[in-house]
Structures are given as C-alpha cells and as structure tokens.
Design a protein around this ligand. Structure first.
Ligand SMILES: C/C(NCc1cnc(C)nc1N)=C(/S)[C@H](O)COP(=O)(O)OP(=O)(O)O
Ligand SMILES: [Mg+2]
Length: 564
C-alpha cells in the first residue's frame, strides 16, 4: 500500500509514545484522520469541541510527556489555540495538527472556514506566536523534514508546536521515516559550562550557612525529580515547593518543609524561607500569583537552576546549555552537607491540624469538603485542582506517598480540569483521578464529562457550588461574579444515553453526611464519572484566598508609573 504523508505523521507520533490522539473532525482533516486511525498503535479520541480537545492533549502530556490534538482549519484551530497557550505556559510539548485548504485553492479561491479572503497564512502566523515551532506542509516531499523538525523541537524545548496539513496532501505518497533516535535524542550539556557551573555553585554554597531548596514547576517538566532527590539528600537542607510544583517531591520525605506561597504557605514553609541566607531555586517561576501580588519575592541571594541554564549570584555568572538533570546530579556529587535549616525547621514545624469533623446534619462547609477529600487520598490517587478556591483547598492537602497532583497555575484557564483530567486518565487508567473544581469553572467545559461517560472513565468530580466566581469576589466584587445556578447533578446524567457508553452519576450534597455517602458511592462507581455537587455558602472560602486575593487586588490596582 502507498505510504503517505498521513502515515509518516502517524508513525512518528506512535514512535514518540503517543497512544491516543484527541480530535474533532472537519472536512479539512478527514483523510488525515483516516491515516492516523489506521495506525495500529494509535486510538482516536473524539472531543466535544476544540478547546476541550487541546486541553485534553495538555492533560495527556502531563501523564506521558507529550500530547497531540488534530482539528480542522480556523474554526477548529482558533479554539484549540487556548489549550496550546496552556501548554506553552505550562511547559508541555503538545502537538497541534490542523487540516488546511487544498493547495490548489491557495491564492485562487475563497473557501469556507476561512476569513473569506485570499489569505491562507494567517493561521500559521498566529501559531508561530504561541508555539516554539510552526510549520505548514505545502508539498508532500517536504513533509518528513517539517514533521521531524516540529516534533524534535517540541521535545527539546518542552513547548507546543504546530503542523499544518492541507487536505489534499495527507494521502499523497511520502518517504518512510528513518530511526526515531534522530528526532528524540536529547541535547547533552556543554561539558565546560557544566563543570564551571557545578564548581562555582559548590564554592558559593560553601560560603553560606542556611541553604533552603525551593522547587518550582519546571523540575517535573524535564523529568528531573530523581536528580533533585539526589541533591536534596546530598545537602540535607529544608526543601519547600512552589504551589505549582506540588506533587513533584514526596511530602512524606523527612526534608519536606511545606508549600512556600508567602503568607498563604503551608506548614510554616515561609518561616524557614525567611530564615535562610540562600535559596537554591530549581525550576522556579515567580509570578504575581505565585508571589501573592509580589509580597513574597525572595529577599536573599538565589542560586538559580533552570531547564537548561544556571545563574550564580556571587560571582554573578550565567551558564547556558547546562541541562537541569546533569547539573543537579553533578552538584549532588560535590556539594557539602549542610542540614542546619532542616534542624531549625524541625524546631518550628507546626503540629498537624486535626481536621475536626463537623456534625452530620449541619450545613456543609468548605473545610468539611476539604477534610473529606483528604481522607480519599491513596497512593493511586491523582488530584486535579482548578483555578478558584480549589487551588487553596488543594494546596493544603497532604499527599500520601505515590499520590500525584496536577495544577495549571501559570495559564489558569477555569474549566481546565475537566478535559485535562480526561486526557490524563486515558494515559493513566490505573490511577483514580479526583477533581476539585468550582461551579464557574465547570460551566466552561462541562461537555467533556460526556466523553468520560463514552470512554467509561471513573473520574470523581468534586464541584464546590458557592454560587459564583468567588476568587473574583475576593479580588474585586461586582454583579459580574454571579452566575446562573445549574442543576449540576441532573446535567451530567443527561450525558447518559440508551445506546451505549458508560454512566455518569450525579449527586448533590448539602451536609457532611451527604458528602460522605456520596463519596462512598463515587468510589464504588467505576462505569463512568461521578459528580458530587457540594453546596456551601457563597462567602465560605479559605482564609488563604482572602489574604491572597487582597494582595493580588493591590498588585492589580497599582497606578501607572509616572514615566510610562
Ligand atoms: C472567572 C474566574 N477567573 C477569570 C477567568 C475567566 N476565563 C477563563 C477561561 N479563565 C479564568 N481564570 C474565576 S477564578 C472564578 O472565580 C472561578 O469561579 P469558580 O470556578 O466558581 O471557583 P471559585 O468560586 O472558587 O472562585
Ligand atoms: Mg464558585
């Protein structure tokens, strides 16, 4: 049989570990979809819209390192761009493949699904702005080089890429692909730079008395968790995590000292950070949200180890082309033991707060939902927390060994958990995925629950119904923060259909008793998703949200600088 452009792309996707590709069909991509579906290792997963399709691929990439979504031109790709923005912001290699007009029509005709002009490069131009590599195949002979270039760049940079495939090229004859090693081989560190960075870092740290390691979200994105542990156990100091890094270091580890998030830190992590005389920042990201409106920017010298570079504060030196993995392993071999911040932390570590169970029939509270969620966690659990007060409820959870945690703190698209957890769960069917989401977020992407029904994915959705956009209320209230209240339990059961698929279970809870009953049923329900609508008072939010919201609002309302 003829080996085609579509076959080339299918083979490359399979070779980099893709087993599910997320799609929404359109007449510009149907032949391509046929070729992908024909590949024995690929399973096509339909999504209800392209926003959810791209977010499902983003969640899939969290589970197995890379994801792919295939959409039609313009009407599809424009929605998918939002999930690609998430992948870019979250350092996830998601491959966006878009069908495109027949090459004979370019500059000749006006076509459907376009802006209605003789311009067919606008989408490629837009894609260039939100990916690390964007290519448009114009001739079948160019396909191998363009496809390999895009995939290789995505894996190297841990960023999304864009591949545009005209509808009449997917079925055209194409060369077969050479060894996949040419595409996936990592870039080694530059040896002299690595040596100098490690020597400089060791010397600098010898001049400091109270080091603390601050772990950021990028460690996990380059698979450097094991190398991090080597360094942690070579120094012996206190280890704190940024909120977006939760889940990338075991919380039962003796050196774990909490989530550092300024005044809304957990376990007094901010105290030991304030006591340190140097912060070893590994894969960190400092934004307005992660620094509580700039009130928690580190004030001591930082040794910064990033994805592929290292910066020392004294002497002030920068080393490019040093892979994080290599740097951490080598530094672990040369650094001197210094556990004094761990000794001090053990003196100030707060006693675990005993979550007081509220009595059964009282009105349900946020605290009670968080307490019962904690009891749910097992080594096989993965918790997805949504932008909203769910962030603060999730960050406070104590993860048992093996439990995983996913958060989208950089992009912060409310509703992300529904499609992203769907994509993730397809890649990790042996884990039990639990979502902590809000009523506002759920209204953004609720349709994807129907794909959880269709694929029989037993995700447990804890929907906190506080009647609106409470984070926004705490930052700056207005009528716009009120939303139409849905019957969420009834809605998900509307996705059940007589002719096949699994079943969604929709439950309502107004008391602690009803939550625990609902959770028992949710855990037992394996033939599809369970949504538990937890009804709490509109003003019932975490104290962390109130503090954080106050400082973020202050940061947002700074007046323009005079000279700007
Ligand atoms: C509207 C918005 N953020 C702005 C926003 C608007 N649009 C998108 C896609 N993403 C966003 N983060 C946010 S955080 C709401 O408070 C979320 O409401 P909900 O899901 O109900 O959670 P809380 O009640 O806990 O806040
Ligand atoms: Mg809400």
């Amino acid at each position: 049989a003829l080996f085609t452009v579509g076959d080339y792309l299918a083979e490359r996707l399979a070779q980099i570990g893709i087993r599910h590709h997320f799609i929404v069909p359109g007449d510009y991509n149907l032949i391509l979809l046929d070729k992908l579906e024909a590949h024995p290792s690929l399973t096509e997963v339909g999504c209800t819209n392209e926003l959810n399709c791209s977010l499902a691929a983003e969640g899939y990439a969290r589970a197995c390192g890379v994801g792919v979504c295939v959409v039609t031109y313009s009407v599809g790709a424009f929605s998918a761009f939002n999930g690609i923005g998430s992948a870019y912001a979250e350092n996830l290699p998601v491959i966006l493949v878009s069908g495109a007009p027949n090459t004979n029509d370019v500059d000749q005709h006006l076509l459907h699904h376009t802006l209605g002009e003789h311009d067919f490069i606008y989408q490629l131009e837009m894609a260039k702005r939100i990916t690390c590599c964007a290519v448009a195949i114009r001739r079948a002979a160019h396909a191998p080089e363009l496809i390999d270039r895009a995939i290789r760049t995505a894996l190297l940079k841990r960023k999304p890429v864009y591949i545009e495939v005209p509808t009449n090229l997917s079925g055209e004859a194409c060369a077969q692909p050479g060894p996949i090693s040419a595409v996936v081989k990592p870039f080694p560190s530059d040896a002299p730079a690595l040596d100098a960075a490690v020597t400089g870092a060791s010397e600098f740290l010898r001049s400091k008395q109270k080091p603390v390691i601050l772990v950021g979200p990028k460690v996990r994105r380059v698979g450097a968790e094991k190398a991090l542990r080597k360094l942690v156990e070579a120094i012996g100091c206190a280890v704190v995590l940024q909120p977006a890094a939760k889940g990338s270091f075991p919380e039962d580890h003796a050196q774990f000292a909490g989530i550092f998030w300024g005044q809304v830190s957990t376990l007094a992590a901010d105290t030991i950070v304030n006591w340190a005389d140097v912060l070893i920042c590994i894969g960190t990201v400092f934004t307005d949200y992660s620094t509580v409106g700039w009130t928690a920017l580190p004030s001591v010298p930082q040794l910064i180890a990033d994805i592929d570079n290292v910066a020392l504060p004294n002497p002030n030196m920068y080393f490019s082309h040093v892979q994080l993995q290599d740097f951490l392993v080598r530094l672990a071999e040369t650094v001197t033991w210094n556990s004094c911040t761990m000794t001090e932390y053990n003196r100030l570590r707060p006693d675990p707060a005993l979550g007081q169970a509220s009595r059964g029939q009282e009105r349900l509270t946020r605290k009670e939902v968080a307490r019962q969620t904690q009891l749910l966690l097992t080594p096989e659990t993965t918790v997805f927390t949504e932008t909203g007060d769910s962030w603060f409820n999730g960050i406070q959870l104590c993860l048992p060994p093996g439990a995983e945690f996913e958060i989208e703190m950089q992009w912060g698209h409310i509703g992300w958990t529904i499609p992203a957890s769907f994509g993730y769960a397809l890649a990790k069917p042996d884990r039990r995925t639990i979502l902590m989401t809000g009523d506002g977020a759920f209204q953004m992407t609720a349709q994807e629950v129907s794909q959880m029904v269709r694929c029989r994915i037993p995700i447990i959705i804890l929907l906190i119904n506080n009647r609106g956009y409470t984070i926004e209320v705490e930052i700056h209230d207005g009528l716009y923060n009120r939303i139409q209240n849905w019957n969420y339990a009834l809605l998900v059961e509307a996705f059940n259909s007589e002719d096949g698929g699994g079943r969604a279970l929709g439950l309502k809870a107004h008391t602690a008793e009803q939550v625990s009953e609902a959770l028992k049923r949710a855990i037992a329900h394996k033939d599809g998703p369970t949504l538990i609508e937890c009804n709490i008072h509109q003003d019932d939010c975490s104290r962390e949200l109130i503090t954080w919201g106050h400082f973020v609002a202050a940061a947002n309302s700074r007046v323009p600088a005079k000279d700007k």
